[in-house]
Design a binder for this molecule. Sequence first.
Ligand SMILES: CC(=O)N[C@H]1[C@@H](OP(=O)(O)OP(=O)(O)OC[C@H]2O[C@@H](n3ccc(=O)[nH]c3=O)[C@H](O)[C@@H]2O)O[C@H](CO)[C@@H](O)[C@@H]1O[C@H](C)C(=O)N[C@@H](C)C(=O)N[C@H](CCC(=O)O)C(=O)O
Ligand SMILES: Nc1ncnc2c1ncn2[C@@H]1O[C@H](COP(=O)(O)OP(=O)(O)OP(=O)(O)O)[C@@H](O)[C@H]1O
Length: 580
Amino acid sequence: MPHTADPCGTPSPAEQDLAFRPSAVAPVAWSALAEALEAAGQAARVRGGEPDRPVTGAALDSRVVREGDLYVALPGARAHGASFARAAVDAGAAGVLTDAGGARILADLGLEGVPVLEVDSVRAAAGVAAARVYGGGADAGPVLLGVTGTNGKTTTSFLAASIVEALGGRSGIIGTILTRAGQREVPSTLTTPESTQLHALMALMREEGVDTAVMEVSSHAVEYRRIAGLRYAAAGFTNLTQDHLDLHGSMDAYLEAKLGLFHAERCDRAVITLDGGEGPRWGVAAASRAQAPVTTLALGPAAPHPGALEREAPDVRPDWAVTEMVPDGLGHRFTLTETATGRTLRASVGLPGRFNVANAALAVLLVLAAVGEERRDELAALLDVPAGEGPLAAAVPGRMEVVGREPDAVVDFAHNPDGMVQALRSLAEARAAAGRSGRTLLVVGAAGDRDAAKRPVMGRIAAEHADVVIITDDTPHSEDPAPIRAQVLEGARAEAARAAASGRHVVVEEYDDRAAAIRRAVELARPEDGILVAGRGHETEMDYDGTPVPLDDRVAVREALAEAARAGSDPVDGGKVHGS
Ligand SMILES: CC(=O)N[C@H]1[C@@H](OP(=O)(O)OP(=O)(O)OC[C@H]2O[C@@H](n3ccc(=O)[nH]c3=O)[C@H](O)[C@@H]2O)O[C@H](CO)[C@@H](O)[C@@H]1O[C@H](C)C(=O)N[C@@H](C)C(=O)N[C@H](CCC(=O)O)C(=O)O
Ligand SMILES: Nc1ncnc2c1ncn2[C@@H]1O[C@H](COP(=O)(O)OP(=O)(O)OP(=O)(O)O)[C@@H](O)[C@H]1O
């Protein structure tokens, strides 16, 4: 039986890989694997003879290999997986899938006797081979829904899964926060797991009786061909804004990577949001360049820039549009209208922020595409309920999660420029809708080993939208955290200086201790203010060069609020670097 790792802790790679595997795998002969590869246009040269045992699993990392696995040894950016083949064989690998370079490394290691399937593209072949190992063709099930885009994937996936459940289905989730297959749940380390793990998960979901799986598809996953061998009933596009330029190089290349999800052989229907993000440019481009049949969604009043679609792409006639949006509790009530028929779907979403209307609308259309027209009326009835009820009332961990009131304190995962703008704006809008004045206090940083170009941009946005900006560490990974903070500070200070010239005073402070930064925000906040702690959402650990430092922003905010309530406004101890 696969283990389910502790959902409160981060599982080791081996624990996580094991948790993704089905309990039973029918052994697969080497020749059957070679045939499957050939049938998929990834013909393999067979070397080193037949394994002495059939294949019963697949792994893309030597550290997670189990007895009977096919070890997938791919050429990585830092190393060739074949250089770890000795460890994989010692762990029980039955044979190796690799390329010509990998085969040479195996020979150099004295492993020429190990059975090898040699292909031209290991990443493309890995998904095909894993699908064969785990008994899944593209149509073996569960029904797959995919969500891609810079922001909104997790939220849209959770909402779509919630709708599936409300319709009586059994849903699975694969994404940034967690992976859930029926009753089994395991925290995630990647947004989209490796291809070998995805096919294991499909088999696990079949075992668990999951009929519909909703999967976040990162651009990394498309670029690295983690989704090879999968087919989506419907795949959604939320928006495209600046992120991951370290991997893709340009926004156009970033879009091109995302479009891999919308190839005709990859999905039956693409549902594309036209005007999410900074405007309609990338949504309209995605809709025109997707190869699969496309359903388009215009966000109307829920767009970050309402009216931009009509101005910038006047000839585009969306298939669906958000035609009405009114504040309802902390969330919104909205109407989705089908352009061709004028038919409507009315719904209420509980999460704050109009971008969550966009996420909810996309989730609704994805599920509609998957379940078909015959269930439209049933879906409409489920959605048309008062605020706080129905499938779109679902909360998503660390996504605009309200952790305190008066001052309103929200923990959010916004960690790129557009996500920050949206989150900050939605707090101000919610305050305005409730008729409250007050300031916005923001705690923010930027992660290490990720797109450095966005750091000053995030600092600028912070000072543009917040009145008090407390800059601190996000997760530095292998980088020195001080220079990361300095880059965010540079953007914030420049913007604060610009704001000062026009009479707006922005406080900018720096704390190297994130918990102290949170306490400082709470100390400075008045009851009518709003606090946003951005960047880490549901995360419970910060990685300082391999050393995990426990910190859950939600817990830290709650504790700081409780402490402030007890102690009045004692000064914050420790961690301050400097302020302005
Ligand atoms: C930057 C990046 O994405 N790197 C991916 C890339 O790594 P790489 O090319 O550097 O691989 P490498 O280190 O040279 O190793 C080559 C091979 O040897 C294997 N290996 C390595 C060491 C060892 O002891 N044994 C072993 O078998 C590795 O598993 C790999 O298969 O190829 C590897 C195999 O597919 C991925 O695991 C790895 O993802 C790493 C783990 C990662 O952290 N990726 C992140 C950035 C990512 O994918 N993020 C997106 C979401 C992004 C977002 O939206 O924020 C995601 O979907 O999670
Ligand atoms: N549709 C949207 N447009 C813009 N910003 C959004 C949208 N949805 C969510 N956000 C913001 O982006 C943050 C991340 O949201 P979410 O986790 O749903 O997106 P994601 O694409 O899964 O992100 P990641 O892959 O980085 O986890 C949220 O916390 C919120 O601040």
